[in-house]
Design a protein around this ligand. Structure first.
Ligand code: G3P
Ligand code: CA
Length: 312
């Protein structure tokens, strides 16, 4: 069983509540705000570079459509798998837009002259490892393999490239400061059993996946993973029973995603929501766009400091 000493804060897509997701600026900010782990989503370029990007498409978070207007596929989307790293490195990263071209989070970063780019996974790792050397902290990384089946179909060896790069940067064994996460069970099982990695792994569970949160589903997950990363809906709907069921099988619980600007109905603040998850439901960590708020909630819980008066 993998042991996690303390409850953790996972910086979801960096400090994405403040600056555009998956940028080195966002990762550095999340580090400075006190994150325990920094989360990159990972996809591959045509020349097999691992990059930090949530979507297999480039058009939701970069200016690719303006820079390369003729490079969309027939479905009207620009795929990272069709671009070399050199091409991707010239793109500007920006706040996420939806299918309608409108910003997904209206109140987030607004400056036009941003200067942000899409990073390579290697750059994130070097950032975190360098800051760890300088500060004496032991911040980890939490890479998610995005769309493994798509990468297979494109002839891109996502898992092999990821495990190889992690090994090159010194991530080995059960105590490495890393979690590999995926929604695809076969992807994690392949890395565990066929590729032989011992690195800690988390099975993500989508909001509409009730099979994985069943007793049989958790039993199966416990054969290859060290924990679950459920949509937080599953924790709420079970009134915390999912956390107990996972813990009984030696599985950690790291639900997603906690956002100050996307609170559930009747929730007063992100701090209140986080306190309920950490202290009420007993989760082991959370994915959040607002690292600073989660860090403060954990500090208050550890030292029995009251929450802000408005929330008591
Ligand atoms: O990896 C946890 C959470 O990030 C999963 O959702 O879509 O933000 O990658 P997504
Ligand atoms: Ca993710």
């Amino acid at each position: 069983m993998f042991r996690q000493a303390e409850k953790i804060v996972i910086a979801h897509r960096g400090a994405s509540g403040y600056v555009p997701e998956h940028t080195l600026a966002g990762y550095a900010m999340a580090y400075a705000l006190g994150a325990d782990f920094i989360e990159p989503d990972v996809v591959m370029t045509a020349d097999s570079e691992l990059i930090c990007l949530h979507d297999i498409h480039l058009d939701t978070t970069t200016d690719v459509a303006e820079r390369y207007p003729d490079r969309a596929r027939a479905d009207g989307r620009w795929y990272a798998a069709d671009f070399t790293w050199d091409e991707v490195s010239r793109l500007a990263a920006r706040e996420r837009v939806g299918p309608d071209g409108q910003r997904v989070f209206e109140q987030r970063f607004k400056a036009e002259a941003q200067g942000f780019g899409v990073p390579r996974l290697a750059s994130l790792i070097e950032l975190v490892q360098s800051l760890n050397r300088q500060t004496g902290r032991f911040v980890g990384i939490y890479p998610e393999t995005k769309a493994p089946a798509f990468h297979d179909a494109e002839g891109l060896a996502l898992e092999a490239q990821l495990l190889g790069q992690l090994a090159d940067y010194g991530y080995h064994g059960r105590q490495a400061r890393i979690f590999i996460q995926s929604f695809a069970a076969d992807n994690l099982a392949k890395m565990r059993f066929k590729m032989g990695t011992q690195l800690p792994m988390i099975q993500l569970i989508a909001s509409d996946d009730d099979a994985m949160v069943s007793a049989a589903g958790l039993d199966e997950i416990a054969t290859y993973a060290d924990g679950i990363g459920p949509d937080k809906r599953h924790v709420v709907d079970s009134d915390g029973a999912l956390v107990a069921a996972a813990h009984a099988r030696g599985l950690l619980v790291h639900p997603y995603t906690f956002r100050a600007d996307q609170l559930p109905a009747a929730t007063v603040s992100l701090a209140d929501e986080l306190r309920q998850f950490y202290d009420g439901y007993g989760v082991d960590g959370v994915f959040t766009d607002f690292t600073d708020i989660a860090v403060d909630v954990l500090r208050r819980l550890r030292h029995a400091v009251p929450m802000w008066p408005a929330h008591d």
